[in-house]
Design a protein around this ligand. Structure first.
Ligand code: ATP
Ligand code: MG
Length: 180
């Protein structure tokens, strides 16, 4: 499975709709300070369900919606879509291409879509659980995260290994069942 495309509209500095095709191999994002490189990484974590405005470097969720510039009006919503190719069905869904989309309005309500069908945040989280993708998955390593892994408590570090081994979802399900 691999990331094929990112489409962003109205998210942070992306007032215009942009489509970033990710070729196979290593892709680097370059640009001057403040040009929106980190915003691309934020967009990926956000569409995968990030709920914390702080970890997206804002103070409230509305801060992620394009606030306008001197020449451009602000927008009323933000939308990000990720296209993931899934040729070997590593993500357990019977599609070789998965499009995950999230939209948020200034009122604060978020909508999620998997291949065009409206779904819950939980559906997005469950789809990627144990694949390493996901907002807390090890495929997105943020600044300072390596330090956190090295200095974290053994129980916290264990979660990372459980995700890599593919058993984290069973633990989550058991915890959910025990709560009922
Ligand atoms: P650096 O090289 O310094 O790390 P960067 O390319 O990673 O820079 P980002 O942090 O991705 O830059 O982008 C910061 C820019 O995004 C700032 O100019 C900021 O004004 C803009 N920005 C953030 N949120 C919004 C928003 N809601 N509306 C418009 N612009 C925004
Ligand atoms: Mg940056």
């Amino acid at each position: 499975m691999y990331l094929d495309k990112i489409e962003i509209h109205g998210f942070k500095s992306f007032g215009d709709a942009v489509k970033l095709n990710i070729p196979k191999g290593i892709t680097g994002v370059i640009g001057p300070n403040g040009s929106g490189k980190s915003n691309v990484a934020d967009a990926i974590r956000w569409v995968l369900g990030e709920q914390s405005a702080k970890s997206l470097r804002g103070s409230k969720m509305e801060d992620i919606i394009f606030a306008g510039t001197e020449k451009r009006k602000s927008l009323g919503y933000a939308e990000v879509a990720l296209t993931i190719k899934n040729p070997d069905e590593t993500v357990r869904i019977a599609y070789t291409e998965i499009v995950i989309k999230r939209r948020v309005y200034r009122s604060g309500e978020s909508e999620y879509f998997i291949n065009g069908s409206s779904c819950r945040l939980k559906d997005v989280q469950e789809l990627f659980m144990d694949t390493g993708i996901g907002k807390d998955g090890y495929s997105i390593i943020g600044q300072g995260q390596i330090d956190r892994v090295l200095s974290s408590k053994p129980e916290e570090r264990r979660t990372l290994f459980e995700e890599a081994a593919g058993i984290y979802k069973y633990k989550v399900r058991r915890q959910e069942a025990e709560r009922k």
